[in-house]
Design a protein around this ligand. Structure first.
Ligand code: IMP
Length: 195
């Protein structure tokens, strides 16, 4: 089975391939299907934004499409940056900005979670959204060089997400969970259609 992923983010494309290819699903990029869209993400929930991205691609190609919208919700910041995670600061300053805004927050109040909503639209235009989340702690400094975005300051146990190998991160991450829920849904969805 082939599914197009509605993203221009190479890291998300890589993570989606790492998660779905062992499951026998081929993930095509927007480039693979000659589509270039970058819709305004003006939803107020992760699920709304994921649907906006998936619809923008589906309307052009009418093939199965997935899109995800993710972000970091920090308790001490009342859930910020949340759906505004990408716009919190320039990409290379996301971690520094977060650390600066939390410099006076003690360890026990540094709880946070990564959230992913994934939207799927099938070839007939039927839509669903599913969510995954991963709790952690915001560290006091950047650690590790893997991953992207806020990974170096997101502590999962003793290690930051940026210190984990890709498959270790995928096994526990918000995106890994949401994508695996989607895989379970797809298995049922297409098995039922076959019967
Ligand atoms: P979006 O889902 O492309 O809108 O991404 C939202 C923001 O959250 C981006 O700035 C990413 O850097 C950040 N983000 C999303 N997923 C992750 C992750 O797995 N690790 C670190 N940062 C992430």
């Amino acid at each position: 089975m082939k599914i197009v992923i509605a993203t221009n983010n190479q890291n998300k494309l890589r993570e989606a391939r790492e998660i779905f290819s062992p499951l026998g699903i081929e993930i095509l990029s927007q480039k693979d299907v000659s589509v270039s869209v970058n819709p305004e993400e003006n939803g107020i929930t992760f699920a709304e934004n994921a649907l906006i991205k998936a619809r923008a691609v589906y309307e052009l190609i009418h093939l199965p499409v997935i899109a995800d919208d993710s972000g970091l919700c920090v308790d001490a910041l009342d859930g910020a940056p949340g759906v505004y995670s990408a716009r919190y600061a320039p990409e290379h300053l996301l971690c520094e900005t977060l650390l600066e805004n939390m410099k006076d927050v003690p360890t026990e109040q540094r709880t946070a979670k990564f959230v992913t909503a994934v939207a799927f639209i099938d070839e007939n235009g039927r839509e669903i959204t599913l969510e995954g989340n991963c709790p952690g702690i915001i560290g006091f400094e950047k650690r590790g060089t893997n991953g992207f975005g806020y990974d170096p300051v997101f502590m999962y146990g003793e290690k930051s997400f940026a210190e984990l190998e890709p498959e270790q991160k995928n096994a526990v991450s918000h995106r890994g969970q949401a994508f695996r829920k989607l895989y379970d849904y797809l298995k049922n969805h297409y098995q039922q259609e076959e019967n």
